[in-house]
Design a protein. Structure first.
Length: 306
């Protein structure tokens, strides 16, 4: 595969340098820059980039108009907006132009590379902090998400966020992790004021030990029990938040094919049940097989990093 050409369009020099250095340090892209809309259009026509990272508030020609004109090129580039603008109307207008991503600048450090990976694979990515209404972006859709974590503390924090959000909204949660992780989660949720013991009592929270062999039938019945319990507790059309660590562990051991089979099973469940799946993986260090990384990402609706 040829090295993707990316044009970074941003008038604020310090932020433009941050984006360029992020791309150069973390991935192999051919990167060029433009500081305003007119320069972006000229460079795009000359260089025919595969992708344009595009700010909205540009001097002379704004990013929305630049995107419209780029769409008329013989070979239009993929577009990801990277902007401080967060109003739902602006985000919707940008996406309706055919952009494959919208990254809020405040989340560029965590969202930029996942957005690029998603766009290159033809998937839409929108920063989760943005509320646009409807179900036009992958983040807003019920889905199967992958989260790369750099250490155990961040992993526990992400797990606690995931479970707490589900339980506080009246939904249910199913966690497949190690016993020690579950014990730490119990303490963390209690510290956050989440009554996990009450959730266990009413049947809206279950734990499955990741050390036990995977049993799809057992998981399916657990999801149904949890959904019914949340419904009895008063939640209309409840969802089940499912966290599973086994696939990430298999991938870390070099067992990519086994990990992908588990992810495909999760994809099947996600199409049949009202569930939201989040799969934690160890953060890649650059030594892994790039094709293995792309394969596991391709089985998910969105990719994020912590």
């Amino acid at each position: 595969m040829l090295t993707p050409k990316i044009l970074v369009v941003e008038d604020f020099e310090q932020f433009r340098r941050f984006v360029v250095s992020t791309l150069e340090q973390r991935a192999k892209f051919r990167v060029t820059e433009a500081a305003n809309g007119s320069e972006a259009l000229r460079r795009a026509e000359e260089q025919q980039p595969d992708m344009v990272l595009l700010d909205i508030g540009l001097p002379d020609v704004n990013g929305i108009e630049v995107a419209r004109r780029l769409g008329k090129l013989a070979v239009p580039p993929k577009i990801i907006f990277v902007s401080q603008e967060s109003s739902p109307e602006v985000v919707r207008e940008a996406l309706n132009l055919g952009a494959l991503g919208y990254v809020h600048k405040l989340r560029a450090g965590s969202d930029l590379l996942p957005a690029i990976e998603g766009a290159l694979a033809g998937r839409r990515f929108v920063s989760s902090s943005l509320q646009i209404g409807g179900a036009t972006d992958a983040q807003a859709q019920p889905g199967h998400k992958i989260l790369f974590c750099s250490d155990a503390a961040l992993l526990l924090d992400a797990l606690a966020d995931f479970v707490a959000d589900a339980l506080k909204s009246g939904n249910a949660a199913l966690v497949r992790a190690t016993k020690s992780r579950h014990d730490s989660l119990h303490d963390e949720l209690q510290a956050r004021g989440v009554d996990i013991d009450a959730a266990i009592q009413r049947g809206t929270y279950e734990f499955l030990d990741v050390e036990e062999p995977p049993d799809p039938t057992r998981v399916l019945y657990a999801i149904k029990r949890l959904s019914e319990a949340a419904s009895r507790a008063g939640k209309a059309r409840p969802r089940v938040a499912c966290w599973g660590e086994r696939a990430g562990r298999l991938w870390a051991e070099g067992k990519t094919d086994e990990a992908i089979r588990l992810e495909q099973l999760a994809n099947g469940l996600a199409t049949q049940q009202d569930i939201d799946v989040l799969c934690p993986y160890p953060l890649p260090h650059g030594e892994e097989d790039p094709s293995a990384f792309k394969k596991v990402c391709a089985e998910h609706s969105s990719v994020s990093f912590r």
